[in-house]
Write a protein that binds this ligand. Structure first.
Ligand SMILES: O=C(O)c1cccc(C(=O)CC[C@H]2O[C@@H](n3cnc4c(=O)[nH]cnc43)[C@H](O)[C@@H]2O)c1
Length: 210
């Protein structure tokens, strides 16, 4: 058995507190590193530099693509995709992959995904988009859904955590609980307690990861 702890990275303290008390601190370290891909990458890199970890998980709440995952549901990322990293053009969005500046798509570690799927059979598996701007119109939601037919959710940190994990040579995965549908902004309707309940229900699955 790998002796090193698992690192679970959330954006805000409330997400970390949602399940920290359910996890053995000797086996799983939970850290809140800030909102957005830059804070996620910098904060994860800082934590990974302090000690050895066997894997890193980006976890927290997210928006879900309507019809692909329900509010209150869980999403296991097969890939974390920086959906707004690239350039606009008259012919459409050009990801950095097409600009020759690396990749906007990072695969989750297959062994972690397999273990999460086994422990959370009710979770949806799909791409999770990382955006610096929360989608707030139906037009943007439709455009993203068409550009990313395999995307189940969007959040603001996964790709940043994945970049830091890749830089440190540590396996990465992303687990999201859906607090709101992606679409016209209606912050009052976000069901954060339901998403936190889903995160708490997923705590044993984190404990079971290799
Ligand atoms: O208001 C609260 O009680 C509260 C508690 C925990 C977290 C929050 C946040 O607003 C955290 C922002 C966090 O949420 C992710 N998120 C959630 N829905 C979406 C979305 O539709 N699009 C993008 N990101 C979303 C995101 O990862 C942020 O870090 C509030």
């Amino acid at each position: 058995m790998n002796p090193y702890p698992l690192l679970v990275v959330t954006a805000v303290a409330a997400e970390a507190e949602a399940f920290r008390d359910l996890l053995d601190p000797d086996r799983i370290v939970v850290g809140a590193v800030g909102v957005g891909p830059a804070a996620a990458a910098a904060g994860t890199a800082r934590l990974l530099a302090t000690r050895d970890y066997r894997a890193v998980i980006s976890a927290g709440i997210a928006g879900g693509f309507p019809g692909r995952v329900p509010v209150g549901g869980l999403v296991i990322a097969t890939r974390s995709i920086a959906a707004d990293l690239g350039a606009e053009s008259p012919g459409g969005f050009l990801p950095i992959d097409e600009l020759g500046f690396g990749t906007s798509v990072l695969d989750a570690d297959p062994d972690l995904v397999k273990a999460l799927r086994a422990a959370l059979p009710e979770a949806v598996c799909g791409d999770v988009l990382t955006l610096a701007t929360v989608t707030g119109t139906g037009e943007t939601a439709d455009r993203l859904a068409a550009r990313f037919p395999l995307a189940a959710a969007e959040a603001m940190e996964g790709y940043g955590v994945a970049v830091a994990a890749e830089g440190a040579g540590v396996p990465f995965a992303e687990l999201r609980a859906i607090s709101n549908p992606i679409g016209p902004r209606d912050r009052e309707s976000w069901r954060i307690p339901d998403a936190f309940a889903a995160l708490r229900a997923a705590a044993p699955a984190l404990d079971a990861l290799p």
